[in-house]
Ligand binder design. Structure first.
Ligand code: PEP
Length: 271
């Protein structure tokens, strides 16, 4: 049976330096996305580029979200914010609100990325950010993952707490706009052979869905889309998409390489 359609998301982090470079990489990814029949492609560029790269815009608070959490029609690249403020609005110099990002054209928001957690986002802050994003009509890609794998499986507890603290803080009616990205911190930004094996990712995706079911109930919890992220490239993407029972990928470094990211999209669309 062929797959119902993956979500392939690219996190550009703080790259590239100029709008011109961003447009060039984006144009190439957009061409690939256009020919995808069932793969939803999402790019999270630096916030100042969202509007120029063709963010669809939207009124804050009005969800652009349609369909299931993998969301949207294939064909156009959807825009994501890399983070949102935990505050609604106000005197928070330098912060950007979920509603502002939605208005600039973002349809998704990455929340709880390990680089934001390392910069000080606690579980409580991550939960507030997820709430702000959902209430502004953004779909949330919530990143969870342990920093290391210990021999006593304590890492499972870390992931469990990260999932619980967000899902128990949000309005349950909005949970259908949540996707969880399993991103083990030890596998981020390494070479492709550092990524866990598809079987390990599969086990973790089951654990995450079961954990989500403890908070959301069986139906919504077990249906929650789970992505994998951490040292994905065109080499290991195939086996992960085919064998790990996940709903897609969150790709860092390789999403700035149009050829490699294009190959990942093409492969996802062929399964
Ligand atoms: C990330 O930072 O979300 C990520 C998955 O990075 P990379 O693909 O570079 O490991």
């Amino acid at each position: 049976m062929s797959h119902k359609g993956f979500l392939i998301a690219g996190n550009w982090k703080m790259h590239p330096d100029t709008l011109g470079e961003a447009k060039a990489v984006f144009a190439s990814i957009a061409r690939k996305a256009k020919s995808a029949r069932k793969t939803v492609v999402v790019i999270a560029p630096p916030a100042p580029f969202i509007r120029d790269l063709g963010g669809k815009g939207g009124k804050a608070g009005k969800s652009g979200a349609k369909g299931n959490a993998n969301g949207g029609r294939p064909g156009i690249v959807r825009m994501a914010a890399q983070d949102v403020s935990e505050h609604h609005s106000g005197a928070f110099t330098g912060s950007v609100s979920a509603r502002e990002l939605r208005s600039a054209g973002a349809e998704y928001a990455i929340i709880g990325h390990s680089e934001r957690r390392a910069a000080g986002d606690t579980g409580e802050i991550v939960a507030k950010k997820a709430k702000q994003a959902l209430e502004a009509g953004l779909r949330v890609i919530l990143c969870v993952g342990e920093t290391e794998r210990d021999g006593h499986a304590r890492y499972l507890q870390t992931v469990r707490e990260q999932v619980h603290s967000v899902l128990s803080a949000i309005d349950k009616k909005l949970a259908r706009w949540m996707t969880i990205a399993y991103e083990p911190v030890w596998a981020i930004g390494k070479s492709y052979d550092s990524a866990p094996k598809p079987q390990d990712i599969h086990e973790m995706s089951i654990y995450i869905r079961k954990t989500a079911a403890e908070v959301l109930g069986k139906k919504s919890g077990l249906d929650i889309p789970v992505l994998y992220g951490g040292s994905v490239d065109a080499e290991n993407a195939k086996a992960i998409l085919k064998d790990a029972s996940i709903d897609g990928l969150l790709v860092g470094r390789e999403s700035l390489d149009p050829k490699s990211f294009g190959n990942i999209i093409e492969y996802a669309d062929s399964i």
